[in-house]
Design a protein around this ligand. Structure first.
Ligand code: FAD
Ligand code: NAP
Length: 320
């Protein structure tokens, strides 16, 4: 099968130089119980702005946090994935959502000139601003952004493998709702989601995903928990779960109908490319530079992959 046809989508209707105001509708935690991290499902009313009705699942939008940065300049826009289907949280396209995670860490040197002994608390500007927001507050928004990380124009023409780590689930929440709860009829294709989290308590939108898998026999929800022992005493990464589950994932990946979507940590891409190659399933999803092809995939590093492995039209990657 040839590459999927992607829909035309609107981009950059609202520029960072002239953001519009969205109003917070709700801002609730979306982890699976008591977790050490804080991730919110943040919902904005954008009615009356150019964003209303003009975003698609898989796109992102910008947030301009108030205040000035270290250099006295207004904060730069940060992007957040749309976590709802294209008809929004309200069914009318007036209410959009995203999945911000508080960036909380100890300061680590960012360049050669930084003092290595500094280790004060580091708080990300925009993620903490978003997670702090109260219902009714106004937020400066831009976008939409992105015209490739999208569902195909004809969803039933394909099967799907979605791979996420952490907040990388955000675009897949929107895509899964778009596929499975479409008022025009549910997609009947095979849909697999593999979600990677450190602990079971870090699984995001877990109840929703369980509900969808219970209600739709064609949707299969798999979890790869990295820091909890499985029966063999070891945790799992997303690619490890794929490797072990080749009885299921092999035929899916071997089908020319299948599209792969990956969102989250850059490292996950390395594991996917290695897994595809090791099982002879790479054709159709990636092209490999001949120089890299002479070496074992186990020896490929992140930089090698960036240079030497390119996703095809059937493989959608969004990492950072
Ligand atoms: P900042 O204040 O910008 O700080 C982060 C920067 O500080 C990093 O770039 C790094 O250089 C530096 N830094 C990081 N840790 C440390 C440390 N320990 N010590 C010193 N310096 C450090 N995020 C989400 O949570 N949910 C989403 O759905 C989401 N979707 C995205 C979609 C796209 C297309 C992209 C590109 C990004 C997305 N992000 C998402 C990430 C988001 O844009 C922000 O980068 C993230 O929230 C951190 O922003 P911040 O303002 O809180 O941190
Ligand atoms: P998290 O909850 O910490 O989960 C990340 C999981 O991935 C952990 O289980 C981690 O395991 C595992 N992991 C680490 N290295 C891996 C590798 N090489 N291969 C596979 N799995 C690996 O995640 P998070 O804090 O939300 O971060 C998720 C990432 O997604 C961030 O980088 C975020 O910026 C990005 N993101 C991107 C987009 C986008 O581009 N649209 C949208 C949203 C989020 P251990 O920690 O136990 O090693």
């Amino acid at each position: 099968m040839s590459d999927p046809i992607l829909p035309d989508v609107q981009i950059k209707l609202v520029k960072p130089t002239d953001p519009v105001l969205g109003r917070v509708v709700s801002n609730d935690l979306c982890m699976n119980g008591k977790s050490a991290s804080f991730v919110k499902h943040t919902v904005f009313d954008v009615s009356g702005t150019p964003l209303a009705g003009n975003f698609s699942a898989g796109q992102s939008f910008g947030v301009v946090a108030p205040g000035l940065d270290d250099r006295g300049k207004p904060h730069k826009v940060r992007l957040y994935s749309v976590a709802c289907p294209s008809w929004g949280e309200d069914g009318e396209g007036n209410v959009i959502s995203t999945t911000p995670k508080r960036l909380i860490d100890e300061y680590v040197p960012q360049s050669g000139g930084d003092d290595p002994s500094r280790h004060h608390l580091f708080l990300g500007v925009c993620s903490n601003y978003l997670c702090d927001l109260q219902v009714g507050e106004e937020v400066r928004l831009t976008g939409p952004n992105g015209k490739r990380f999208l569902l195909p124009a004809d969803p039933n023409a394909h099967d799907y493998l979605f791979l996420a780590t952490g907040t990388g689930i955000a675009p897949f929440r929107g895509m899964l709702l778009e596929l499975l709860e479409n008022p025009a009829g549910a997609c009947e294709s095979q849909i697999h989601l593999v979600m990677g989290s450190p602990y079971t308590t870090d699984l995001l939108y877990h109840d929703l995903l369980l509900r969808l898998s219970g209600q739709h026999q064609n949707f299969h929800y798999h979890t790869a928990i990295s820091r909890e022992d499985a029966s063999d005493g070891a945790g799992r990464y997303v690619d490890g779960l794929l490797n072990e589950g080749m009885d299921t994932f092999g035929p899916l990946l071997d089908s020319s109908r299948t599209l792969i979507y990956l969102c989250g940590l850059d490292g996950m891409r390395v594991g996917l490319y290695r897994t595809l190659t090791a099982h002879g399933l790479d054709a159709g999803y990636i092209t490999i530079d001949p120089a890299l092809g002479t070496r074992s995939p186990d020896d490929w590093g992140t930089a090698d992959m960036r240079r030497g492995v390119k996703p095809t039209g059937r493989c959608f990657i969004e990492v950072y």
